[in-house]
Design a protein around this ligand. Structure first.
Ligand code: KIV
Ligand code: ZN
Length: 506
């Protein structure tokens, strides 16, 4: 593909994405993400802000040493020491920036417009004299005086910059205004234009796309939309919208989008919201009867793209909105083949539970199917809790011991933890990790009612080594026992799934 034929993806997950509050990656973690981004096909990896710390420089050097296909870029202010720090990492591209809005010039930099212009020119000339690619960003461009912004961009073009970037630093632009702004800048500067949009009003993706429609050729994005405050334009949304709605190409292998999102979420510790476009848990899930019926007859009825295109699978959830078609599809996936009458009865029971406000998990559906289809209920539990003892106090290290029955055999384990729940969960994990390789992935505690005798609801997600994930919940007055019950429900769910898959394979 000639470079004019496609929109370039400048990924800043490892720089702006790492500026997400609470995120801090080790050099090894940054390297792992960089390898994945390269596999995904991004054109540029902004690996970090070299001057920020020794660890940051170490990470960038590690990434450079890897010899990836993507261009590796480092961020620098337009001063010698920042640029030298980036150069010493061996990057092929330096992303230099200085703010151009009066708010930043007056209150942050304490510079006149003329002084900032001079610094921009000197920074670009200095970086360029070292033979690297130079991308110049006018920080807070969208709140800058247009004539001054044009003057700065023109000056850095003359100083040798290879490309310019329009950052919407506080996410205040609108699609119509960025379309117009890109058009204005294009009248003054011949260089390729990048866009760097933040999501403070939830418009980073729309603004990026509008700017591209106006002629920008490079999108600064982050995986899962991570970034300062509300984040940056998300890679997955920009890329999929470009491919599917704008019919514009990128070099991204879209089938690797989901695994990239999962890796970034795991290493940064930032969970993806379930209703997030493209990579959220629910993005390809269907519950309502009308939708599941439609999707099962023709997926395009309620899916804009095939889930496989982004490395995902569609799923259908039983619930009070579900219809017989959806429930039947889900039952079949779990290995059940109900006849018409049995299906009718199962659907009725699912709806009854839904009306009582219950979310129907796979285990619930399996249990309903089992009871309707006259199977034994004992099968439902492969692991049961025989005993639980917890000790905690002001001067006592919280300790829990559990006795579990697994396939008729007794296992006992004890563990300490930061609190009674932590120690109980760890004790269970000690047994199940060695027996079934199942680990706790997520834990959430919610109070359903108020007061000190509040009913607690514990929602957990467990995962086995093969990537089978099950979520489960339990409700009760004692948070330790309820947590243990939720954990055991989740483990049973995975074990039952495995058992059904085995019997299905026979
Ligand atoms: O948001 C911003 O303005 C930035 C610059 C460093 C480009 O991240
Ligand atoms: Zn930014």
């Amino acid at each position: 593909m000639s470079s004019e034929d496609y929109i370039k993806i400048f990924d800043t997950t490892l720089r702006d994405g790492e500026q997400t509050p609470g995120v801090s990656l080790t050099p090894e973690e940054k390297l792992e993400i960089a390898r994945q981004l390269d596999k995904l096909g991004v054109d540029t990896i902004e690996a970090g802000f070299p001057i920020a710390s020794k660890g940051e420089m170490e990470a960038i050097k590690l990434i450079v040493k890897e010899g990836l296909n993507a261009e590796i870029c480092g961020l620098a202010r337009v001063n010698k020491s920042d640029i030298d720090a980036a150069l010493s990492c061996g990057v092929g591209c330096i992303h230099v920036f200085i703010a151009t809005s009066d708010i930043h010039l007056n209150y942050k930099l304490k510079l006149t417009r003329e002084q900032a212009l001079q610094k921009a020119i000197e920074g670009v000339e200095y970086a360029k004299s070292h033979g690297v690619q130079v991308e110049f960003s006018a920080e807070d461009a969208t709140r800058s005086d247009l004539d001054y912004l044009k003057q700065v961009f023109k000056a850095v073009e003359d100083a040798g910059a290879d490309r310019i970037d329009i950052p919407d630093t506080v996410g205040i632009i609108t699609p119509a205004r960025i379309y117009q702004l890109v058009g204005e800048i294009k009248k003054t500067v011949k260089l390729p234009i990048s866009l760097h949009c933040h999501d403070d009003f939830g418009m980073a993706v729309a603004n990026t796309l509008a700017g591209i429609e106006a002629g920008a050729v490079r999108a600064h994005v982050t995986v899962n939309g991570l970034g300062e405050r509300a984040g940056n334009a998300s890679l997955e949304e920009v890329v999929m919208a470009l491919h599917s709605l704008y019919k514009k190409k990128t070099r991204i292998n879209t089938r690797l989008i989901y695994e990239t999102s999962k890796l970034v979420s795991e290493l940064t510790g930032i969970m993806v919201q379930p209703n997030k476009a493209i990579v959220g848990d629910n993005a390809f899930g269907h519950e309502s009867g009308i939708h599941t019926h439609g999707v099962l007859s023709m997926p395009l009825t309620y899916e804009p793209i095939e889930p496989e295109l982004v490395g995902r699978k569609r799923w259908i959830q039983a619930g009070k909105h579900a219809g017989a078609h959806g429930i039947l599809a889900e039952l079949r996936e779990m290995g059940w083949q109900p006849n018409e009458d049995q299906l009718k009865e199962i659907v009725e029971k699912v709806k009854e539970l839904g009306d009582k406000g219950k979310t129907i998990t796979d285990t619930d559906l399996s249990a309903i199917a089992r009871s309707v289809m006259r199977k034994t209920t004992e099968e439902e539990k492969i692991i049961t809790l025989a005993d639980l003892a917890v000790m905690t106090g002001v001067k006592v290290v919280p300790t829990a011991s559990v006795k579990l029955i697994v396939d008729g055999k007794e296992y006992v384990a004890a563990e300490t933890g930061v609190g009674p729940v932590d120690s109980a969960v760890k004790a269970i994990q000690k047994v199940t990790d060695s027996l079934a390789n199942i680990r706790l992935k997520e834990y959430r505690l919610e109070a359903i009612t108020g007061g000190s005798d509040a009913l607690a609801e514990v929602i957990i997600k467990v995962e086995d080594r093969n990537g089978n994930v099950a979520s489960a919940r339990a409700t009760g007055e004692d948070i330790v026992i309820t947590s243990v019950e939720a954990m055991i429900n989740g483990i049973n769910k995975i074990l039952i799934k495995r058992k059904q898959a085995q019997s299905h394979a026979k």
